[in-house]
Every structure is written in structure tokens, then in C-alpha cells.
Design a protein around this ligand. Structure first.
Ligand SMILES: NC(=O)c1ccc[n+]([C@@H]2O[C@H](COP(=O)([O-])OP(=O)(O)OC[C@H]3O[C@@H](n4cnc5c(N)ncnc54)[C@H](OP(=O)(O)O)[C@@H]3O)[C@@H](O)[C@H]2O)c1
Length: 208
């Protein structure tokens, strides 16, 4: 059992909360609206708890499930509260037309979050290459879901990999945090295919 905090109350927060709670983890949801956070925690059931942004995350893993545009500032505002924790960035910094990334070519959303985080905070990219419905199902076309991760800290990646495995999913370590740029590009490719085919049950999988 791991303590998981999720910042955000939307689609991905709910999906990750359901999966994490279902796997026996203690889940804390944190949002900007106390009533909405309480309602999500009630829906998750079990030991799930609710807090508002600014309250301390109780999790060893803190999943940031908000839009890219606000993720780094939220992490920055938390400051040293996040030191010693593993922050998981799931964001996709897509432009409005879904033709590119809003981050510079030599950076990524995850690297921006890492730069905004207080010393001692480790950042891992994960879950951004999955549509929420596929993550909820845990499989697509009969294949278990791959969760691509990137990060600089081997222990943090091991922690996230163990969490992913506990959800019944397969972690794929792609490299250091600079690989977040390519994972965010993978997310863009996936979204493009989903839109073209009008099929959001698609997933990117390593076979063989
Ligand atoms: N949906 C997917 O299939 C998918 C897949 C992979 C990655 N992602 C990534 O996952 C992240 C969340 O996506 P989502 O689909 O869950 O989005 P969503 O359903 O729109 O939820 C976004 C959440 O962020 C919160 N939020 C927005 N602005 C905020 C602010 N300034 N301060 C605090 N909280 C704020 C919202 O708060 P309120 O609840 O108060 O409105 C909401 O709870 C995004 O970065 C996205 O790129 C999504």
C-alpha cells in the first residue's frame, strides 16, 4: 500500500483515483473546490480523503492532474512541502490545434515542473500517453496497457514503476527526464490518431 495524493479533480484524477483505490492504496484528492473534492473522495470510497490546494499532500507519490498551463505554478507554490516526495507529471502541453507542443524543443512540461519544484523533489513523467478511458479499462484490444515513464532519479522511477505494476499495468522506463519531451510528443501522435479515427480506445504499446 502506498499513499497517493492527486492534485486535480477532473477526468484523469478520477480515473487514477479509482484505479489506485481499487489497488488498495490510500488516496487523497486535492482540488481548488472543497465540495467537489469531497464529492470525488466520496465517490472513490474506501479510505479516500479530500483537501484543497495549499493543504499538505499526504502521499509519498503526488500526481499532478491539472492542465499543463497551471501545473508548474501549483508545484512551485507548494515549495518545500513536496521535498522528499515523488511528483508525477501526467500533462500534455499541446497547442490548441493539436499540431505541436507549447514547450520549447529542448524542454518539456515535466522539466518545467522539475525546475519549478523545491530542492529534494523528484519528478517523474508518466501516464500522459494514455487516454483516460484506456487507463480506466487497463487494456486495449486485449493487450495490457503500457505506461511510459521518464525521470532522472532511479529510486523515484522504481517507486512509480511499482505503483504502475500494482495497478495491473506495465511500466516502460524510457530514460531520463529529457525523454519527457518525446513522451509528450507520443501523446500528441496518439491524440492525432484518436481524432482522425474518432477512436479514443487506441493505445501505444511496445510489442515483442
Ligand atoms: N483526459 C485524458 O485522456 C488525458 C490523458 C493523458 C494526460 N492528460 C493530462 O492530464 C491532465 C488533466 O487532464 P483531465 O483530462 O483530467 O482534465 P480535466 O478533466 O479538465 O480536469 C482538470 C482539473 O484541473 C483543475 N484545474 C484547472 N485549472 C486549475 C487551477 N488553476 N488550479 C487548480 N486546479 C485547476 C480542474 O479544477 P476544477 O475541477 O475545479 O475545474 C480539474 O479538476 C492534463 O494535464 C492533461 O494533459 C489527460
Amino acid at each position: 500500500m502506498t499513499r497517493i495524493s492527486i492534485i486535480g479533480l477532473g477526468t484523469m484524477a478520477r480515473t487514477l483515483g479509482v484505479r489506485a483505490g481499487g489497488a488498495g492504496h490510500d488516496v487523497q484528492v486535492i482540488g481548488r473546490d472543497a465540495a467537489k473534492a469531497a464529492a470525488l473522495a466520496a465517490d472513490l470510497g474506501g479510505t479516500a480523503t479530500a483537501n484543497v490546494i495549499g493543504d499538505a499532500p499526504t502521499g509519498d507519490i503526488v500526481i499532478v492532474a491539472v492542465p499543463h498551463a497551471v501545473a508548474a505554478s501549483i508545484v512551485s507554490d507548494y515549495g518545500p512541502t513536496l521535498a522528499g516526495k515523488v511528483v508525477v507529471d501526467i500533462s500534455n502541453p499541446f497547442d490548441p490545434a493539436h499540431t505541436g507542443l507549447t514547450t520549447p524543443r529542448d524542454s518539456s512540461a515535466a522539466q518545467e515542473i522539475a525546475a519549478a519544484a523545491a530542492p529534494g523533489t523528484t519528478v517523474v513523467k508518466a501516464f500522459n500517453t494514455l487516454f483516460s478511458g484506456v487507463l480506466a479499462a487497463g487494456e486495449t484490444a486485449g493487450h495490457p496497457v503500457d505506461v511510459f515513464i521518464a525521470g532522472d532519479d532511479p529510486d523515484a522511477k522504481a517507486t512509480v514503476s511499482a505503483f504502475v505494476t500494482s495497478l495491473g499495468l506495465r511500466p516502460i522506463d524510457t530514460g531520463d527526464l529529457t525523454f519527457a519531451h518525446w513522451l509528450e510528443g507520443m501523446g500528441l501522435v496518439l491524440l492525432g490518431q484518436g481524432i482522425r479515427r474518432d477512436d479514443f480506445s487506441l493505445a501505444i504499446k511496445i510489442l515483442g
